[in-house]
Design a protein around this ligand. Structure first.
Ligand code: SAH
Length: 509
């Protein structure tokens, strides 16, 4: 029988996309994946469907499901049966992961073993809170220590007395249970009680939380805030840099998305990129105004010189309409104009030829300027694919310059039948940190669906509106938009929320 092998793969902390390319490739070849509770379940999807999954779920030291010896024996047995075994471990396999013991066991048994490093929480959890573990101005050394052993007992083998002042930055893993004792021991050994410290819990997950405070008070503060494992404790002057965070500004925030559901929604994507957990409850949906092709559909598109899109929906509904008439967008001669990059991307994927985007701002006025800059408009025939409630800036401006504008209303926004009681309950429980609105119709449907108590609760969340018209609609239902971005676009909306969230964090320090 051929011998298999054991590959120890570092999964990285928290978020599944922190695995290395090499680690992902090993998972793709796995016949068996042996993992524990700290690694992300999503990563198992990288393994072939035929791969066996074995959860050896060791949750810290409280209730080990399987002893380390048992895990070692399991790895050896699986590899001896000829299988390609991926041992997936949180963070890096060799940073307090007992990876060393697993490697030794394999070697002793003559089983081939390989290690693929991972992003360790020792560095990444701090970074997720905007803390660099070293920094030329503050720290030239960093020590990574386990807090698992009782620091008040001299026989633990950890030289806390030396570590206390021996390294500029201390990063303590598995330290939550003993945090009081650890901080007291460090202070006894000469570390200043005022040394800045931070606890970063569940870094790089939507549940990430950060608590800061001076060394003498950090244990109390994090206990009061309800923090627990898994968390990393960072001690040292570098913690003062955390407000210069380049981390993800909405980490751990639950953000309501009321816009219509769509598979590749740019707002949802921007929220995820900022570390937030989007909660999608569409209060409106878009539907075609008339589903059947009209006899003059073909003439309408064939007869235009320029085609205008100011939304992804317009692209989608025109494409669907053309498909019903058997027209391939790629065969159109017209110049295609799009208000922004997201719309242009939709046009490209739908097969419309060479969409143009004004580079300045993603607004109708900028698109109008770009079109004007291309040459005289008199007599030019524009086809404006639009929703029922599109703005008038663009067609009015074009007509002013003598263009002929055919406005084709393809879709409209209607209230969605959303689960209002469930949403109301979440609002009342204070589960949603921020609410986003990208159209007046979404605001109206939201307010119409919820009761007075839920609307009152909504006032306690941060509210963001895509622009001034939507902000006005919020005012009309008694809500205040705390964030209204100056630029258009979903990215700007998320940035505005990130700025608010940072400002609030500063205040709470
Ligand atoms: N090999 C892992 C560490 C395993 S020990 C690594 O390199 O990251 C488990 C400890 O790691 C936890 O008690 C906690 O201190 C830390 N940890 C792991 N994942 C974490 C996360 N997402 N956020 C904060 N700390 C984490």
């Amino acid at each position: 029988m051929s011998t298999g092998r054991v590959v120890l793969v570092g999964a990285g902390p928290g978020s599944p996309d922190l695995i290395t390319l090499r680690g992902a490739a090993a998972l793709g070849r796995a016949e068996v994946v042996v993992y524990d509770s700290l690694s992300c379940p999503e990563l198992l999807e990288l393994a072939p469907a035929s791969a066996e999954h074995i959860d050896v779920g060791k949750r810290g030291h409280d209730a080990p499901t399987r002893g380390q010896d048992e895990i070692n024996a399991l790895l050896v047995r699986l590899a001896r049966a000829g299988r390609y075994v991926v041992r997936l471990k949180g963070g890096d396999p060799f940073v307090f992961g007992r990876g060393g013991e697993e490697v030794s066991a394999c070697r002793a048994a003559g089983v081939p073993v390989e290690v693929i490093p991972g992003v360790s929480s020792a560095v990444a959890a701090a970074a997720a809170a905007g803390i660099p573990v070293t920094d030329r101005r503050h720290a030239a050394s960093v020590a990574v220590v386990t807090g698992h052993r009782d620091a008040s007992r001299p026989w633990t083998g950890i030289r806390w007395d030396r570590l206390a002042t021996g390294a500029d930055t201390l990063v303590i893993l598995m330290g939550m249970r003993n945090l009081e004792k650890i901080t007291a021991t460090l202070i006894d050994a000469g570390r200043s009680p005022e040394t800045p410290a931070a606890v970063v819990m569940e870094a790089e997950t939507p549940r990430q939380r950060v608590v800061r405070g001076p060394l003498h008070d950090i244990a109390r503060r994090s206990r009061e805030a309800g923090l627990g494992a898994p968390a990393v404790v960072v001690v040292g002057d570098v913690v003062t840099l955390s407000n210069e965070s380049t981390g993800r500004g909405l980490a751990g925030r639950r953000v309501l998305v009321t816009r219509p559901a769509s598979a590749d929604d740019p707002l949802v994507a921007a929220l995820v990129a900022a570390g937030a957990e989007p909660v999608c409850v569409p209060t409106v949906r878009v539907e075609a105004v008339a589903a059947d092709p009209e006899p003059d559909d073909a003439r309408r598109v064939a007869g235009c010189d320029d085609l205008l899109f100011t939304s992804r929906n317009a692209v989608r509904f025109l494409r669907e309409r053309l498909a019903r008439s058997g027209i391939d967008p790629a065969t159109l001669d017209a110049r295609v104009w799009c208000v922004g990059e997201a719309t242009a991307e939709a046009a490209r994927t739908s097969g419309f030829p060479r969409p143009r985007v004004p580079h300045a701002r993603y607004q109708a006025a900028a698109l109008l300027d770009a079109i004007r800059a291309e040459g005289p408009l008199r007599g030019r025939r524009f086809l404006f694919a639009r929703g029922l409630r599109a703005g008038n800036t663009l067609p009015a401006g074009l007509r002013e310059d003598g263009a002929i504008v055919d406005e084709w209303v393809l879709y409209r926004t209607v209230p969605e039948n959303f689960d209002a009681p469930a949403l109301a309950a979440r609002l009342v429980r204070g589960e949603l940190d921020a609410l986003t609105f990208t159209s007046p119709s979404a605001v109206k449907a939201f307010a119409a669906g919820l009761g007075a108590e839920a609307l009152e609760a909504a006032r306690r969340s941060t509210v963001a509106a895509i622009g001034s018209v939507t902000a006005e609609a919020l005012r009309a239902v008694g809500l205040v938009a705390h964030a209204v971005p100056e630029r258009a676009g979903m990215g700007a909306l998320v940035e505005a929320l990130e700025r608010l969230s940072r400002a609030a964090e500063e205040e709470g320090r």
